[in-house]
Design a binder for this molecule. Structure first.
Ligand SMILES: [Zn+2]
Length: 453
């Protein structure tokens, strides 16, 4: 008799498979989900016989079980900047505050502590996959592996001075290439880590850098992760300097293609949208960060109409200030309604789709994750609906988007492993972690007072 390593009794299950389109059709009741090793091995109506075949069990009898949430754009290590320099204009925030401080402060230990804090926050809030871009990519990959979260990890490229490379000029290309190749050789065969190429943004990378990235991507098949058209200023500067929008410039450099993830894509007109659609590139929608930095509202409704893959992201905790995909669903859907003056823009099912299967598609991982189907990786979460703010259960999908928070997640399973059990993180020493984060907070403020004096 086949046994399951883990069985979950699901009061309600939302599989997010393609055929489940309307809220009524999306929810199955009284189901059993069986996991063997890293994969989903069975999804069937619940029976005592199936329950009896499980080595471990989770009784999610008051819960909704759904695919693990996917954060398609973040910088986990920036959790250490949470609450630092809030309410500052975007270009001042980035060029006068964050980047100089990063150059002063960021080293491999900063990245290890910040990334672990971000991974802990993500898992605790139901996120099982993150798409990260930050310095010291090898350290990020190592920490994500240790935390047990699934991660796409980008080697950052930029002409701007970086903590890991303070020299400017074409020499960077050689060094960046070496670093990316080391990331690739260390992690390309790992089941949960995907190495990617991260040219930071059109305003921090010159054409030669982009060409080198594209050549490496074409040679290795590694996806590209880039910030794009985040502010009006970025677009205006690009038009002045290149007589092209950032989207047109990156398209001409062949940066935009299937597998390229564009974070933000806020200031894009119809021509840009058509270019994005034709290229096959994806968009990461980061509503909280875009609101907080006053960047604008991305035309997500239009992207969805054009069939452009859209995922949700949080961006870094310095511009959000949390890593909550529940928050992104809620705010993201409402912002689309506001900007369109249309209550039907970005519906609850569309928001939940962007947080799960849509995000998986945007990252090119939908063959493995994003929905609950036999044969896919066992990345899933249990949300406790036996709480005042989630009753009565008129529509579980609506509740997940408009009423639930990360605190409602009781269990998180990533790659078949239980990472959160009864709301408690497994395998991460949080007391020790918070102590290290506090040490870095003290170092940050010591550096800040040195910089000011
Ligand atoms: Zn970002």
């Amino acid at each position: 008799m086949n046994e399951f390593d883990l069985g979950i009794r699901c009061r309600r299950l939302i599989a997010m498979t393609d055929s489940s389109n309307t809220p009524g059709e999306m929810v199955s009741e009284n189901m059993f989900l069986g996991i063997r090793e890293s994969n989903i091995a069975a999804i069937e109506p619940y029976t005592e016989e199936l329950w009896g075949r499980c080595k471990k069990r989770i009784d999610a009898n008051h819960h909704v079980v759904l695919p693990g949430l996917i954060n398609t754009h973040t910088h986990l290590a920036m959790t250490l900047f949470r609450g630092f320099e809030d309410d500052v204009p975007f270009h001042q925030w980035l060029f006068e505050r964050i980047l100089p401080m990063e150059n002063e402060l960021v080293d491999p230990d900063f990245v290890r502590v910040g990334t672990m804090l971000g991974a802990a926050e993500s898992l605790r809030n139901g996120v099982t996959t993150i798409n990260d871009m930050y310095f010291y990519a090898n350290e990020i990959a190592q920490v994500c592996e240790q935390a047990g979260i699934r991660a796409c990890v980008a080697q950052v490229w930029s002409n701007f001075p970086l903590p890991e490379n303070k020299t400017l000029g074409t020499g960077n290309i050689v060094q960046f290439t070496e670093r990316f190749q080391s990331l690739l050789s260390n992690w390309s065969h790992h089941s949960r880590i995907t190495p990617t190429l991260g040219p930071h943004a059109p305003y921090t990378c010159d054409d030669d850098l982009f060409r080198a990235v594209v050549a490496l991507s074409d040679k290795t098949g590694a996806p590209i992760h880039v910030h794009l058209s985040e502010t009006k200023f970025e677009v205006e500067e690009s038009l002045k300097k290149f007589s092209k929008t950032p989207v047109k410039r990156l398209a001409d450099l062949n940066v935009l293609k299937r597998g390229t993830l564009c974070a933000h894509a806020i200031h894009c007109d119809e021509i840009d949208t058509e270019i994005l659609r034709e290229s096959g590139a994806s968009v990461a929608y980061n509503p909280d960060s875009n609101l907080k930095l006053g960047s604008g509202i991305a035309p997500i409704t239009n992207y969805l109409k054009h069939g452009i893959p859209v995922g949700l992201g949080t961006d870094g905790a310095a511009s959000n200030n949390s890593l909550s995909i529940f928050g992104a669903m809620n705010i993201g859907a409402k912002l689309q309604k506001l900007s369109q003056h249309d209550t039907t823009a970005m519906t609850a099912p569309q928001a939940l789709h962007a947080a799960t299967l849509g995000g998986a598609r945007a990252l090119g991982l939908s063959d493995r994750i994003g929905s609950l189907e036999v044969g896919k990786r066992a990345d899933l979460i249990c949300i406790d609906f036996d709480q005042p703010h989630l009753q009565p259960i008129n529509d579980p999908v609506s509740h997940l988007v408009y009423s639930a928070t990360g605190g409602d997640v009781t269990h998180v399973i990533c790659d078949g492993h239980i990472k959160v059990k009864d709301r408690v993180l497994q395998g991460i020493n949080t007391a020790e972690l918070y102590g290290k984060a506090e040490q870095w907070r003290k170092t940050l403020y010591a550096k800040l007072s040195n910089m000011k004096s």
